[in-house]
Ligand binder design. Structure first.
Ligand SMILES: NC(=O)c1ccc[n+]([C@@H]2O[C@H](COP(=O)([O-])OP(=O)(O)OC[C@H]3O[C@@H](n4cnc5c(N)ncnc54)[C@H](O)[C@@H]3O)[C@@H](O)[C@H]2O)c1
Ligand SMILES: [Zn+2]
Length: 380
């Protein structure tokens, strides 16, 4: 990963760009406010000046809010065709992708066409997957519109859809040509979605970047008010963490697993509450509290470190409470597809900014930590 400032400069502000390098692909993530204003020249630059036929895949909600700004930089003759996906996790299915592929074919999309994934993680995962399989693979550019998509799902090349049997069970690795992350898009995001996405940034601080952790501690008010300058700093630092981790380990054989901090119990909470009660980042927040308890009980972190990390997670709340049997949550952690041959990988923190993967965390240890997490919830 390289950090360049400035990388691209058209008529807009100077914006940082972060390079993701994997064996399959190398691409830049450009981050800043006002990027949509220069979208067309940026796309021309990314596609080496040849304007391909372009299709925006978005949701009616996002398009209603942002289509004017989105289309503004395109000359009339080069305007992209817009195709809609219904928003919501329940539409993240193979049937939706098939219908979209059919629409693309009818609209005349070919091997040289370019897809623009304009939406949150659901749109991004489905558009990336469509790009992976349409005519055996076409190009796409990510233009993420939620904080979660900006700091997490638009990076790393994982694309796919859900099955009734489980989330993200069908998919492919397919990297975007580039990611354009316009911070202004976050101004219309519901507050709960912003806070939920920020939990992934807190995770990035805990596992990898003590400086980001401190920045989140010291600027909470301005970040939670969605101040564009502070959000740009947070998104940039969080993207650097993920870009660095996936650049070193694309297919999750080792290092990439650290991104799963808080997710073992987090995924169990999502499953126990049928993906309805909590947003993903909220479930991860509770899961992170449980992971902090395991780390504390094993002596990996001090009481002060525990308090700093737990306080930061809670400060970016409120995190909604939920009801679940702790033993059931522990049982559900075996549904986590990150387990390797029956062993459950568990990410521990060994201090702010450092981690360790343990394969020997026992069910009783997890039960104790889950009970402690539920106690914290009851005290709120
Ligand atoms: N591929 C990966 O590596 C990866 C990583 C993490 C999560 N994911 C996936 O991401 C998905 C969740 O993504 P998400 O949290 O972005 O949810 P989402 O895509 O459902 O978006 C959340 C809500 O925000 C709305 N929205 C989006 N942008 C908006 C804007 N700018 N202003 C106002 N409203 C806006 C959407 O319409 C939606 O209602 C899950 O399917 C998850 O599996 C993938
Ligand atoms: Zn996550």
């Amino acid at each position: 990963m390289e950090y360049q400032l400035p990388a691209l400069r058209y008529h807009g502000p100077i914006v940082p760009s972060i390079r993701v390098t994997t064996p399959q692909a190398t691409y830049d993530v450009t981050i800043g406010p006002g990027l949509l204003r220069t979208l067309y020249p940026r796309l021309r630059k990314i596609t080496a000046g040849k304007p391909p036929s372009t299709y925006v895949i978005t949701s009616p909600e996002v398009w209603a809010l942002w289509h004017k700004r989105f289309l503004n930089s395109f000359p009339a003759a080069a305007r992209p065709t817009t195709l809609f996906l219904p928003s919501g996790e329940r539409h993240k299915r193979l049937a939706t992708v098939e219908s979209l592929a059919q629409q693309l074919a009818l609209a005349g999309a070919d091997r040289d066409s370019l897809l623009l994934a304009f939406g949150g993680g659901v749109i991004g995962d489905m558009t990336g997957f469509l790009a992976a399989i349409y005519m055996r693979g076409i190009r796409y550019v990510g233009i993420p519109t939620t904080l979660l998509a900006q700091v997490d799902s638009s990076l790393g090349g994982k694309t796919g859809v859900n099955l009734l049997a489980g989330k993200n069970l069908i998919g492919a690795f397919h990297h975007p040509l580039a990611v354009l992350t316009d911070i202004d898009l976050l101004s219309t995001l519901p507050a709960a979605e912003l806070r939920s996405g920020l939990q992934e940034s807190i995770k990035a601080g805990i596992i990898y970047d003590a400086k980001l952790f401190r920045y989140l501690e010291q600027n909470d008010q301005s970040i939670l008010e969605a101040n564009p300058a502070t959000l740009t700093r947070v998104v940039t630092a969080s993207v650097k963490v993920k870009a660095d981790v996936v650049s070193k380990d694309e297919k999750e054989s080792g290092l990439r697993m650290i991104l799963n901090f808080g997710h073992t119990i987090g995924h169990a909470i999502e499953a126990a509450t049928h993906y309805r009660k909590l947003l993903h980042g909220e479930a991860v927040a509770w899961g992170s509290i449980a992971a902090l308890h395991v780390s504390l009980n094993r002596g990996c972190i001090t009481h002060e470190e525990f308090a700093r990390m737990a306080n930061l997670i809670l400060r970016y709340g409120p995190i909604p409470p939920f009801k679940a049997d702790p033993a059931k949550l522990v049982a559900l952690t075996y549904g986590d597809k990150k387990k390797r041959s029956g062993r459950r990988a568990f990410v521990l923190t060994t201090g702010i900014g450092t981690t360790e993967i343990a394969y020997d965390v026992t069910d009783p240890e997890l039960l104790t930590a889950t009970q402690a997490m539920l106690k914290t919830m009851q005290q709120m």
